[in-house]
Every structure is written in C-alpha cells, then in structure tokens.
Write a protein that binds this ligand. Structure first.
Ligand code: PQQ
Length: 247
C-alpha cells in the first residue's frame, strides 16, 4: 500500500500532473497561440469550446447536489453565477458567444451545438458524469486543472491578439475576466482537497481525478487537430467550406 502524503507532497504531486499533462502542452494550443491557425481552425476551436463552457455550470450544479453543507454550497454557487450571470447577456457563456459571434458564427447555430465534434461531446459528457458518479472529493479534485489555466489564458490572450486580425480585446473579453475567477476557485478547491484527502486511497483518487480531467481537455484538442488541421471532419460536424452556421 502506498504511503500517506503530507499536504505539501500532495500539492506537489497534483502540480506535477499539470506540468506533465495540462493542455497547454498540446500542439493545437501551440498552433493557436503561436498564430499558425487558419481562421476556420480558430472558428472550430471556439465553436467546440462552447460545448465545454455551456456544460461547466451544469457540472457545477451537479457538484452542488452532492454538498451537504450550506457554507460549501455558498462558495460553489459563485461558479454558476460566473458563467450564467445574473441576467441575460451577462456572465462567461454570454462572453463566449461574443467571441463566436466576432468570428462570424450565427449565435443560434452555436447554441444548437449541431456542429460539435462527437469527441467534444463525449469528453464533456464524461466530465459531467464523473462529477455525478464519483465522490464529492473526486469531483472537486477534477476541477483542479484550473490551477493551471490562468497561465495558459494569459498566453492565449496575448498570442491571439498579436497574431490574428479577426479577434479583438472586445471579442476576447472572456479571457480577460476569467483568470481571477479561476485563481479564486482553484485556491478554494485545492485547500478543500488538501484538507479532506487524508488516506492514501483518497489521495490517489484525487490524483486520478485530476489526470482524468487533463484527458478530458486533451482529447478535445486531439479531435480538433484530426478534424480541422488534418482535414478528417466527422459526419455531421461543422464544415467550414459549406458556410454552415456562419452569418
Ligand atoms: O481556457 C482554458 O484553457 C480553460 C481551462 C479550464 C480547465 O483547466 O479546466 C477551464 C477554463 N478554461 C474555463 O474557462 C472555465 O470556466 C473552467 C471551469 C473549469 C472547471 O473544471 O470547473 N475548468 C475551466
């Protein structure tokens, strides 16, 4: 049986997973941030990523149903408001739609999710299901990829604004708002995991949950590359050549 890690060792092991497996290492992100993506590749990325964004508050509502403690729910519900806002047109999802709109998409088409890659759907569904089926501790640990997101978002914002004339600070506003929210959310989730993962089994389950989540993010980029860089677009997914979904 493996040894129980100290909180410091557990944190180091979690951060090591990020260093080795987070999607900033994926070649699609290098291409996106480095300015090598064609406009349709950026469009495909934003379209597919909408599916992830739209599922996050559903995931967080699912996590909240597992929380017996009002204090914990009060903390967690902020995540839902961050994405949904308190009124139409506010919040992260609305800001994401400003990006897809700025890239030329019809918003109703994006919201319909008709053109989403099957792998995106499967990965996103797997994340929501994971948070429904596993322990609360594992569900919270699976959100810890957000420890690593402020850095990638910073690289994305500066890289994309420098390289692409079809995005602007206004259409990329999602990424200006997100890092402080992610830092606050992940600090809370990390403190929770370090406090509650006491046995070696629980600690290993948290490490596995974070590994699972890095895979959720990674396969979405694999699928984008296969479809839109290599040109193997699956049946039913968005086809740039047809003008489908574009205004
Ligand atoms: O742009 C990114 O690379 C990135 C990564 C992640 C992540 O690491 O899961 C999230 C986000 N963005 C994000 O915007 C977001 O709202 C978010 C919520 C969560 C989560 O697991 O609860 N991850 C992420």
């Amino acid at each position: 049986m493996s040894e129980i890690l100290s909180p410091e060792q557990l944190e180091a092991a979690l951060r090591d997973i990020g260093a080795r497996r987070y999607h900033n290492l994926h070649p699609f992100h290098r291409r996106l941030h480095g300015g090598q993506c064609a406009r349709d590749e950026v469009r495909a990325w934003a379209l597919n990523r909408y599916c992830y964004q739209a599922a996050i508050p559903i995931k967080d509502a699912t996590v909240m149903t597992r929380m017996p403690d009002a204090g914990l729910r009060r903390e967690w519900r902020r995540r839902i408001v961050d994405h949904d806002g308190n009124a139409p047109g506010e919040g992260g999802i609305a800001r994401w739609l400003r990006l897809t709109e700025g890239l030329g998409f019809d918003t109703a088409y994006v919201e319909s999710m008709r053109g989403i890659l099957p792998a995106t759907r499967f990965a996103v569904d797997a994340y929501v299901r994971f948070c429904a089926d596993r322990s609360l501790l594992e569900a919270i640990a699976s959100s810890l990829t957000e420890l690593f997101s402020p850095q990638i978002i910073g690289e994305r914002l500066s890289g994309m604004l420098a390289h692409y004339d079809f995005v602007s600070p206004e259409t990329m506003a999602y990424f200006t708002m997100r890092p402080p929210q992610a830092a606050q959310d992940s600090a809370f989730a990390l403190a929770y995991v370090l406090e509650h993962a006491r046995t070696a089994e629980q600690q290993q389950a948290c490490l596995d949950a974070l590994t699972f989540k890095t895979n959720v993010l990674w396969v979405q980029l694999d699928a984008l590359w296969h479809a839109y860089v290599d040109g193997h677009i699956p049946p039913g997914a968005w086809r740039p050549q047809t003008g489908e979904g574009l205004r």
